[in-house]
Write a protein of this length. Structure first.
Length: 282
């Protein structure tokens, strides 16, 4: 039996999540954005895409007490999906992808990390294909949705005792606690220079936007290599000079990174430390 294929370009749930995460990273970095206009245009009230998105959310957020209840609910939502105006839906989705491609680099947008990718992909498969297409594969998709609903319910039952305790405190105690945390953070990172602070800022504000973070790292790595090469020429000790040159060669290239991890950021912060120490020596 032919294997059914998923397409993120046609998955309304994933397209919406990409836009929301793009908007979040832009808001954190205080950049002006057209993302909110795209969301309002295509997911505003009464658009066919907004109706489809509601059905995605219905399956994504529902909690199931049993597998039978989950399967019955999936059939009901699938029936509601089939009643949508499919021609209008396809046209709106096509225009959405087209506008995203015009405003941004879609290949970069599609690399944005989406934590609930698997359930969204499973919902797409159920909406897109009929039972006779591949019953076994579609049953696996249904199981993913049911398990996601069950896991979500368990997570919500579990309480964060520390957070609960914090929220129960008087307002002045909460404010004092917050101030102490901020002071502790500032104290810990006060030794960072501007290059390191900027790198951390980019990492925090673009944690969901892999392409933007890789683009920034792609700029700073050659700068670090140039600084190390410049400082190496001023080192009189031959052994130390060779070590610095080797460290420069060990700097990984962005092309070899599938994603920018915390370990990469820590490594770059240490390289900035090394450059600063070498400059202070000379």
């Amino acid at each position: 039996m032919k294997k059914l294929k998923h397409s993120k370009y046609k998955n309304t749930g994933i397209l919406f999540e990409m836009l929301v995460r793009k908007l979040t990273s832009e808001t954190l970095s205080s950049n002006k954005t057209v993302t909110v206009d795209i969301i309002k245009k295509y997911f505003g009230k009464n658009t066919e895409l907004s109706k489809e998105l509601q059905l995605y959310n219905a399956l994504l957020k529902e909690h199931f007490k049993s597998e039978a209840q989950g399967l019955d609910y999936i059939r009901t939502v699938k029936s509601a999906y089939d009643k949508l105006n499919q021609s209008v839906l396809k046209r709106q989705r096509y225009n959405l992808v087209k506008e995203i491609s015009e405003k941004f680099v879609f290949a970069n947008m599609s690399k944005i990390h989406i934590s609930n990718y698997k359930p969204l992909a499973s919902i797409y498969m159920i909406f897109e294909y009929e039972e006779t297409s591949n019953p076994k594969q579609l049953l696996e998709c249904k199981n993913v949705i049911i398990q996601n609903g069950t896991i979500t319910e368990k997570k919500q039952i579990e309480k964060d005792l520390v957070l609960e305790s914090f929220e129960s405190q008087p307002k002045d105690i909460r404010l004092l606690t917050y101030k102490l945390l901020v002071d502790k953070f500032n104290e810990k990172y006060s030794v960072l220079d501007e290059s390191q602070k900027q790198l951390l800022n980019k990492y925090i504000t673009n944690v969901n936007d892999t392409a933007a973070l890789k683009e920034y790292v792609q700029i700073i790595i050659p700068c670090i290599k140039t600084d190390l090469a410049s400082q190496a020429t001023q080192i009189t000790d031959k052994a130390t000079q060779i070590k610095v040159q080797k460290l420069s060669e060990m700097l990984c290239t962005v092309e070899n990174m599938k994603t920018i991890k915390e370990s990469h950021i820590l490594s770059l912060l240490r390289y900035f430390d090394l450059v600063r120490e070498l400059k202070e020596m000379h």
